[in-house]
Ligand binder design. Structure first.
Ligand code: CO
Length: 134
């Protein structure tokens, strides 16, 4: 059911420092910072040949990433995103197995302008999973 790895999201406290690390130390191609107030993050996209890494810095008081940074002051992997052909079919199939979909259970428009859902980390080996319509 799941397809390509769309991205790995890494929460960071210092976006400029993390960007420099990926650009200068690791030699990756990185984007300009992109504030996404509706998602409570500022994002830098790290473009790799086969996938993306997204560096997420908390933005605003209600950022979903802020608590993660409180618990993980050095930053860390926040979620991984897999592509699915049909997000509604995928959701219904997962819910039928007892997996928990976060929020209202309805897809929201994600950072790439496509419908996304998040799955409870406790149901997926301790990892927050994002599904994105391909
Ligand atoms: Co994501």
């Amino acid at each position: 059911m799941i397809g390509r790895l769309n991205h790995v999201a890494i929460a960071v406290k210092d976006l400029a420092g993390a960007t420099a690390l990926y650009r200068d130390t690791l030699g990756a191609r990185v984007s300009q910072p992109l504030p996404q107030p509706e998602h409570g993050v500022t994002v830098v996209f790290v473009e790799l040949p086969n996938t993306k890494v997204e560096l997420l810095e908390p933005l605003g008081a209600d950022s979903p990433v802020a608590k993660f940074i409180e618990r993980n002051p050095d930053g860390g992997i926040h979620h991984i995103c897999y592509e699915v052909d049909d997000i509604i079919v995928a959701r219904d199939r997962l819910k039928a197995t007892g997996a928990r979909v976060l929020g209202t259970g309805e897809p929201r428009i994600g950072a790439h302008g496509k419908p996304v859902l998040f799955l409870h980390p406790k149901d997926f080996t301790g990892t927050l999973v994002e599904l994105e319509q391909a």
